[in-house]
Design a binder for this molecule. Sequence first.
Ligand SMILES: Cc1cc2nc3c(=O)[nH]c(=O)nc-3n(C[C@H](O)[C@H](O)[C@H](O)COP(=O)(O)OP(=O)(O)OC[C@H]3O[C@@H](n4cnc5c(N)ncnc54)[C@H](O)[C@@H]3O)c2cc1C
Length: 468
Amino acid sequence: VNTIPTIAIIGAGASGTLLAVQLAAQSTHPLHIALFDASGAFARGVAYGTHDPSHLLNVTANRMGAFEDRSDDFYRWLLAHEAQWRSLHAAFAALKVTPTSFMPRMIYGTYLESLLQAAQTNKQARIERVKAEVTDAEATSQSIILTLVDGAKREADRLALAIGNLPAHPFGFTKTLSHSDRYIGHIWSPPQNSVLSRTDFRDDDTPVFIIGTGLTTIDAVVSLRAKGYKGRIIAVSRHGLLPQPHMLPIASYPRFLPPEHAPRTALELIRAIREEVTRAQKEGTDWRSVIDTLRADTPALWRQLSEEERRKLLRVLSYWSTHRHRMPQESAAMIAGEVNTGTLEIIAGSIRHIEESEARLIVQVRLRESGEVRSIEAGHVLNCSGPDTNIARSANALLLNLYKQGIIEQGPLAMGIAVSDDYSVKGNAAGRVFALGPLLAGERLETIAMPEIRAQAANAAHTLLSSL
Ligand SMILES: Cc1cc2nc3c(=O)[nH]c(=O)nc-3n(C[C@H](O)[C@H](O)[C@H](O)COP(=O)(O)OP(=O)(O)OC[C@H]3O[C@@H](n4cnc5c(N)ncnc54)[C@H](O)[C@@H]3O)c2cc1C
């Protein structure tokens, strides 16, 4: 009889990796941790599995540490392992490193990998890496039986979902394009073969059309240029807003909206934030400091709103996101240059239709201002519209199967999954299935980036171990 408990973690991106690291560090009894990843990008996942050296972190080095009480751990690692990361790519040889540098994401993946490797030397907890997609899981009275894509079964006592960033929303107008290699529905799939490493765009001077104008679009533009594409790029989103640039140094700002005293309507919340920004600016403090201070309180502020008020808040989410999810100044300068010279055009509008016609894609966009429909010829269309958080229509087989069985439920506003404060997943296997990371979008709103994930990993590990 095997008395060593097994915790299966699905997904070995930053969330699954840090959970494994925390479980190993916190366990006081022998433990088996089975870490599954379909892509094999262990310790990297979607964000840090990129092979493009020009893809930068959007958080400064001194704040990307994997541990809440040592947020400068990544910066210290950079200093201590310079020879190792500089040798990863020729572009890194002369890279300047300061605490506030926006480092390449590839290097961050190596940092996470070093943490996972160190955790694998733990005598008490054995971490097993399994490169396989988990397609289903069944909760019996004794255990949780996982089904892998090749039909193999694996048994575990607890299951942790660290599935991360889900693919972009498959729009109705892209259905007819699913077989066209001119339409790229998910640019990170899988990261190693991402469209962003393709070079066949280079010789086509027809515009590349991008759905979305957020951080993924910035990555796409940077990569297309790095790969030698010289044609025009046209990007569309409903409001046509690009991420705001970072501005450093960023001063700390006192907490101003403690949830217990905060308003409970979307309108009043937005008003309170606007007033605070105005007040701060009058005192010479940049708005970014105000926005960043709000981050720690966001989950609680969100949770205490009614569903109706959360829905109202979502309507201004794209505006909020451009201020909250900012781009490094280097990227901002490049994008501004492109916009000024017209090589990158940003449109506010909505796509009505896309069809393939004679080696071209014809995109019909209704312009936000005039209401007119503009027809655009594109060589390729990239969907960079952000993750589709609705699990009921998920392309991820495991999520869909768990949902059908009632092991997971939809989160608030059909965003992600429903999870209790202790990371236990709501559903018919509650207490045995846990989740962290981007899947908690509906519960917390602020849950996708490192500062949140490292805290979740430490806390979820504690609850998981206590549940055994
Ligand atoms: C392009 C990009 C850039 C980002 N940059 C930053 C940044 O600079 N700073 C920051 O703080 N945050 C950044 N983020 C936010 C990011 O969400 C987190 O930092 C972090 O990478 C999330 O990790 P994760 O493990 O939750 O998800 P993911 O990285 O998406 O990893 C999930 C993993 O689960 C695997 N998986 C999914 N389903 C299955 C299955 N059924 N079976 C087996 N394996 C499965 C996938 O293969 C994947 O490897 C960025 C996000 C993106 C997309």
